[in-house]
Design a protein around this ligand. Structure first.
Ligand code: ARG
Ligand code: ZN
Length: 453
């Protein structure tokens, strides 16, 4: 008898009971095989941190409320570096071991499929940034007055244990204690700020589902301003005073940028907004940290437009696999083109044309945006620029009314959740009533420079 491969795998699994009851060390993303963890979903992270910028020492307690998606005799969390003092599951001490970026936890009692459980991890040490496959620093990146805390794609595991893949989104409480001359800025709403014994504790809450890479706990000497926009969005800006003069004219535009983006993409997905402008000269990127983008220096207007467009595309509608990164970066880049077009700058067509004029040897054509090939390429030029070109071609093919209806339907139908490239192309075909397969095939998947239609 010949056993089909899938059935054979099932049979093998059934024969080894241990293998089916342990969570996987990753969610199965080929670009980051160890990222995230199988077997459970984290509903909520409650992180309590204390950071001392002078000694670079971090003390942390993470309480994860999670639900088992299968029976679990043990499970993995991602945590890189730091020392774990103890782990409990539902208040009972659990066995644990470290294995690279995996924190492997064996609870006293197996968890039933569907069971809600609470994991508490107590940890401390000096958080160490990681280097991404593209050479960028990521994670807890120290600055001269605190830390620039970014996480895309993998840095979150440098400062808290979790299910470190955008496939798993959760709400967060993040409480950070720092010396009283520093500010600790995170996502969502600032619930309280209290100073005692020379230290200030900031309690932040993000109620909307958030991927781990979008969490921050950035610390520094910041000038803070907060206000509510005419649309009722609460803005909280934290700015390094050394960047304040350069940042001011751009940050002032945030309410109008959010209003403009809401007109194009549909309602802003969050109650809170703002900016964190740090002075982190070695970072070299900005990040769309949820509700409150993080800049390594005073941003220009285009960057502000880009990071806030990600609140719809990337933050609210999230990736299920890093391969689909053009859904984030192509969209945020196209938002920059649209902003220019509608604010006295170049038309999107002109931007497209000047990119298209680049020779076949240019970096822009080095790989197709829908298939970057590896984690080293996910922030490459084709993802941003050719990803935006794909959207421009879509717009040309379906016309403005349908194109903007597609963007709004995408943001609305996947709000707070996830989306894949296949779902996007399907939605575009549904809204337009057109066969768009050849267009997406050409612009997202064809190797080399596509010929003009
Ligand atoms: N998503 C960020 C942006 O384009 C870029 C993050 C870059 N991260 C990195 N590890 N290279 O707005
Ligand atoms: Zn981006």
């Amino acid at each position: 008898m010949t056993v089909p491969v899938a059935v054979a795998a099932l049979l093998a699994g059934a024969g080894t009971a241990v293998a089916v009851d342990t969570g996987a060390p990753g969610v199965g993303d080929p670009y980051f095989p160890l990222a995230g963890d199988g077997g459970y979903h984290v509903e909520h992270y409650d992180l309590t941190l204390r950071y001392d910028p002078a000694s670079h020492h971090l003390d942390g307690t993470a309480v994860l409320t999670a639900r088992a998606t299968q029976r679990l005799t043990r499970f993995d969390l991602d945590l890189k570096g730091l020392k774990v003092a103890g782990v409990t599951v539902d208040r009972t001490r659990a066995a644990f071991r470290r294995d690279g970026q995996e924190l492997v936890v064996t609870p006293r009692h197996a968890l039933r499929k569907g069971q809600e459980f609470r994991v508490k991890v107590t940890y401390s040490g000096t958080p160490k940034q990681v280097t991404d496959p593209d050479g960028s620093p990521d994670g807890w990146i120290t600055t001269d007055d605190g830390a620039f805390v970014a996480g895309e794609p993998q840095g979150a595991m440098t400062w808290f244990p979790g299910n470190n893949h955008p496939k798993d989104k959760s709400s967060y409480d993040i409480t950070i204690t720092v010396p009283k001359d520093r500010t600790a800025v995170s996502n969502g709403t600032l619930l309280s700020r209290r100073t005692a014994h020379g230290r200030t504790t900031f309690h932040w809450r993000e109620r909307e589902p958030m991927a781990t890479y979008l969490a921050t706990a950035t610390v520094g000497k910041f000038k803070v301003e907060h206000y509510t926009t005419a649309d009722g969005i609460r803005v909280y800006n934290a700015v390094d005073p050394r960047e304040a003069a350069a940042a001011a004219p751009v940050l002032k535009k945030l309410p109008s940028v959010l209003a403009w983006e809401s007109k194009l993409f549909g309602p802003y997905p969050y109650r809170d907004a703002g900016s964190i402008v740090d002075k982190a000269p070695d970072v070299g990127f900005a990040l769309e940290t949820q509700t409150r983008p993080l800049y390594d220096s005073a941003p220009d207007l285009s960057t502000l437009v880009h990071e806030n467009a990600h609140q719809w595309f990337g933050d609210s509608v999230s990736l299920t696999t890093w391969k689909d990164i053009w859904l984030n970066e192509g969209f945020a880049t196209y938002a920059e083109w649209l902003y220019g077009e509608q604010h006295g700058g170049d038309s999107a067509q002109k931007t497209f044309d000047s990119l298209y004029a680049r020779p076949t040897s240019d970096d822009l054509w080095s790989f197709p945006p829908g298939n970057p090939g590896s984690g080293a390429n996910i922030f490459g030029t084709p993802v941003y620029a050719r990803g935006a070109m794909a959207l421009h071609e879509l717009r040309e093919a379906v016309g403005d009314p349908v194109f903007f209806r597609i963007l709004r339907a995408w943001a609305a139908e996947h709000r707070g959740g996830h989306g894949t490239t296949a779902q996007f192309t399907k939605l575009a075909e549904r809204e337009s009533g057109k066969d768009l397969h050849p267009l997406f095939q050409t612009w997202l998947y064809q190797q080399g420079k596509p010929n003009k239609a």
